[in-house]
Design a protein around this ligand. Structure first.
Ligand SMILES: [Zn+2]
Length: 453
């Protein structure tokens, strides 16, 4: 039977009653929203209000879901390959498309008018939504969002303002060397919060808003480097003290305390322009990566860690870093819990002789760790790819692909990233030259054919 050998998505399983019902729902959902979709562009807010009010009267839907789904359809129109895939298979429902749309909205405005960005995004989403295993589980919200953010980072040069150089055009940057990226070197930074400097103050803001229920809401905005460190400190404190994150943050502010925290950075050491990943922030901006790299106090070779083994039950730090870097989130189907403070589960139990080694360890959140211990589902771990094959009580199975930067498939994207970055730079440069030429020609023609008055 093809189902068991060809790569496929578990949500498109033609032998599953639920998958067939899902397809009918998704197909009808798109048909419905296409019917509702405004024919002409609605420019002014007043027209939009009129339209959504009329639609509300006839459908009961409020302005928020109407706007969200129309925006999602607009974004899908910019992604022809993904759109064709959806029209053919109904792999993604409108909720998935609106996750993509929300992530796209975080891009600099200049990118949204750039064909190169949309083509790159279409390509990366097609890679993400092409299965490589039979019965593959659909990527979760986090993996989808990360895919879009990573594309944005790989082409963000296009959003930089063109700077004409009075000294002529600089040589294009050298093409990064092609080849495999076998090594990653996460580094641990152990430090307290950095002092605020002038640059940070420029982008930072804090709003304090008393709420009607007597609570107070704080909205803190800081640069990515500071924010990454704060979230690491707060998550670490919450984990150590066994409190929620909000409680931990309040305690840290109110009691003078020194806390040491590990911030993990993952980056290939043998690729020029290699992107730097953080387990909760994701792919860092170049600026943040540079700031955090300066704080690095320890570098670990993840290829060594991949082979490392200990007789102890608990993973030592470097093996843990290796498994976090591969798994990124709890590996239970559909769970998006970030891996940094989760338990490592022995695929073959330690007391049954299972080694404490990366290829026998999987990150699971406490909730799902208990499910697994109760034998509600069992799994096999592919030691090379990091794929996890889940076997369920009803005899079915599904495959979860690792999404961390150390997973072999994601390592390949690091090459794409480096090459795309070089291409985006060259493209932005050519565009700037063309714009200057057009400006020159316009000026020149104006002088040759002066307006009559
Ligand atoms: Zn979980």
């Amino acid at each position: 039977m093809n189902l068991m050998s060809e790569p496929s998505w578990s949500v498109l399983n033609p032998h599953s009653f639920y998958s067939r019902a899902r397809r009918i729902r998704v197909e009808a959902e798109y048909a419905f929203w296409h019917q509702l979709r405004p024919v002409a562009d609605v420019e002014s807010d007043e027209d939009w209000t009129t339209l959504t009010t009329l639609l509300h009267k006839d459908t009961g839907l409020s302005k928020v879901p109407l706007t969200r789904n129309f925006d999602a359809l607009d974004t899908l129109d910019q992604l022809p390959r993904l759109k064709a895939l959806i029209q053919e298979t109904f792999l993604l429902d409108l909720h998935h498309v609106s996750i993509i749309d929300s992530a796209v909205k975080t891009a600099p405005a200049a990118l949204l008018h750039d064909d190169f960005f949309w083509a790159s995004l279409d390509e990366d989403l097609m890679t993400r939504f092409t299965p490589s295993r039979p019965q593959q589980l659909l990527p979760g919200r986090r993996a989808i969002t990360d895919t879009v953010i990573n594309t944005i980072r790989s082409v963000e040069e296009l959003a930089a303002p063109a700077r004409p150089s009075p000294w002529g055009d600089p040589a294009p940057p050298p093409e990064p060397a092609a080849g495999p990226a076998p090594c990653e070197d996460p580094a641990a930074t152990m430090r307290a919060l950095p002092p605020a400097d002038d640059d940070a103050a420029r982008v930072a803001s804090l709003f304090t808003e008393p709420q009607p229920d007597g609570t107070i809401c704080f909205t803190l905005t800081v640069d990515q480097a500071t924010g990454t460190l704060i979230s690491d400190v707060v998550a670490q404190a919450a984990h150590t003290r066994g409190t929620g994150q909000a409680r931990a943050m309040a305690d840290l502010l109110l009691e003078p305390a020194t806390i040491q925290v590990n911030s993990l950075l993952y980056s290939a050491h043998d690729v020029d322009d290699a992107p730097v990943f953080h387990p909760t922030t994701g792919l860092l901006t170049e600026e943040t990566a540079a700031t955090l790299r300066e704080m690095v106090t320890r570098t670990l070779d993840m290829d060594d860690a991949q082979q490392a083994e200990t007789p102890a039950h608990d993973m030592p730090f470097r093996i843990r870093c290796c498994v976090i870097g591969r798994d990124w989130v709890c590996r239970w189907p559909g769970c998006n819990a970030k891996a940094t403070h989760l338990d490592g589960d022995h695929r073959i139990n330690h007391e049954d002789g299972g080694p404490t080694r990366a290829d026998n360890m999987v990150m699971l959140c406490r909730h799902h760790h208990n499910r697994k211990t109760d034998v509600q589902a069992t799994y096999l771990l592919d030691p090379v790819t990091g794929d996890v094959y889940w076997h369920f009580q009803d005899g079915t199975y599904a495959v979860d692909l690792a999404t961390g930067p150390l997973a072999p498939r994601e390592r390949r994207w690091v090459q794409t990233f480096a090459q795309r970055k070089a291409k985006a730079r060259e493209y932005a440069h050519r565009k700037a030259v063309a714009e200057r030429f057009d400006a020159y020609r316009a000026h020149h023609e104006e002088r040759e054919h002066p307006p009559p008055f």
